[in-house]
Design a protein around this ligand. Structure first.
Ligand code: GLN
Length: 453
């Protein structure tokens, strides 16, 4: 098939089916078909890169030149960036086709995709359930076969948790592996882009195109990018898998635990060795994250002031009124909650008690992993404490929602790569197996995931 034919087929599926899922905020058919025609020419000429002609979807947090980039917020409902994010540029250079922009929690704050200004995303496995978040649109689009792969971001689980809830494979790279330039900032020391795909092999192709040093992002790493597809079939006999006791606590649904244990047994059959490890500060990850992430968010979101771009209120009386009403109208409830919490934690009288304390806890959490990786090659456990929950179930209870990420957030605080891959069903809903790797060990993680799939 030509890229034009495949792209046309997927655009048709989106048109026909996405009314059920709401996984896209914007679909760009004309642009997609133009890109596909150009890709077909490159493919005919020969020597085109692996992703040439492959249709993808981008989370609406990545800036796209000439295409509205809303970040799931009313604040940016009218924002059309004049440039592409580096990740998007990399895919364009590789000849990939952009089908459109996927739905997400507002400013990536959420674990259910219910905070989006554009309405919730429905889980293709059961449309009464959430797909997870914040990259719920990307995960649902891949799960519903509206796109073979999609970009996503993970500040505290937002690639891995929706991947787990939709039976897709998602990878959050090492902090700094993928450029954040043009990716709308939530919490800059935690944010990292990565792929959601149908399996580890596809994720490897996507990551190979996304990763790399970018002079426009001062935190991006100066390290060569390996070919992530090269080692997928490598033997994993002798692999040491760390199994943290803390990831199998009472919070974990027993049926989810059983699926994860089955997967670990499969790994033993493949020659891997299970090693008990301890990550004693695990229970502090969520509390530390909910100080650090809102603190950084409160600073990052100060740029949305109604002056330069984004939502502006009608007829402001004065500058203060302009700020207050533009921000009050443009930001949803969860975003406002984060700004308030973050501003409080950073204020002079509370800085040491909250922000500094959280940074100290962050160091302890990182230290736990450094010690564990002296004994093991990868760490495995569940991605989430339970399968997908019902729409509306946790919406009114922010703390219940925050606990969705008890197993994912520590990797963000430590800057480590993490991925989620499908490992069976519970009541016909998907369960995710999480792999946490050592710094820059994405190639090994993809190999380990691929051997199981
Ligand atoms: N669920 C977490 C939050 O709401 C993580 C979100 C994310 O990773 N972007 O902050």
């Amino acid at each position: 098939f030509s890229s034009v034919e495949i792209t046309g087929h997927l655009l048709g599926r989106i048109e026909q089916l996405d009314g059920n899922y709401n996984s896209f905020i914007t679909v760009t058919p004309e642009q997609a078909l133009q890109q596909a025609a150009a890709a077909d020419e490159r493919l005919t000429a020969g020597g085109a890169p692996a992703l040439c002609g492959v249709p993808l979807a981008h989370k609406d947090i990545f800036c796209t030149e000439g295409v509205r980039t809303s970040c799931g917020s009313k604040m940016l409902d009218n924002f059309t960036p004049p440039y592409d994010a580096t990740v998007v540029e990399n895919f364009n250079n590789a000849g990939a086709v952009t089908l459109g922009k996927t739905n997400m929690d507002e400013f990536a704050m959420g674990s259910s995709n219910e905070t989006s200004y554009y309405g919730p995303v429905k889980n293709p496995w059961n449309t009464n359930c959430v797909p997870g978040g914040s990259s719920g649109g990307s995960a649902a689009a891949v799960a519903a076969q509206l796109a073979p792969g999609a970009t996503a971001t993970d500040t505290g689980g937002s690639i891995r948790q929706p991947a787990a809830l939709t039976n897709t494979t998602g990878l959050k790279p090492t902090y700094g592996r993928v450029s954040r330039w043009g990716m709308i900032a939530f919490a800059s020391s935690l944010d990292q882009g990565g792929p959601i795909a149908r399996n580890a092999e596809d994720a490897a192709y996507l990551l190979s195109a996304m990763a790399g040093h970018d002079p426009k992002d001062s935190t991006s790493l100066y390290r060569p990018v390996p070919d992530y597809t090269a080692g997928l079939n490598g033997d994993i006999a002798g692999l040491r898998i760390g199994v943290p006791a803390e990831y199998f606590s009472d919070d974990l649904n027993p049926q989810v635990a059983a699926r994860v244990q089955d997967a670990l047994k499969e790994y033993e059959k493949l020659g891997a060795q299970l090693v008990e490890v301890s990550l004693p500060h695990t229970h502090l990850a969520v509390p530390a994250y909910y100080v650090i992430a809102p603190a950084e968010a409160s600073a990052n979101l100060s740029r949305f002031d109604g002056v330069r771009y984004g939502h502006r209120c009608e007829d402001p009386r004065d500058l203060r009124d302009l700020y207050m009403r533009s921000r009050g109208e443009g930001f949803g409830e969860e975003v406002q909650r984060r700004i308030l919490v973050g501003t409080y934690a950073l204020s002079a009288g509370y800085y040491d008690a909250y922000y500094n304390k959280a940074q100290q806890v962050r160091r302890l959490i990182k230290q736990d992993f450094v010690q564990a990786f002296e004994k093991v090659d990868v760490i495995m456990g569940p991605t989430t404490p339970s399968p997908a929950f019902a729409l509306g179930e946790k919406k009114a209870d922010p703390v219940a929602m925050y606990l969705e990420d008890i197993y994912t957030i520590a990797a963000n605080l430590a800057g480590l790569p993490g991925m989620s891959l499908p490992c069976g069903l519970v009541n016909n809903l998907p369960v995710g197996l999480q792999i946490i790797g050592n710094y820059l060990d994405e190639a090994r993680m993809l190999n380990v995931a691929h051997r199981y799939q």
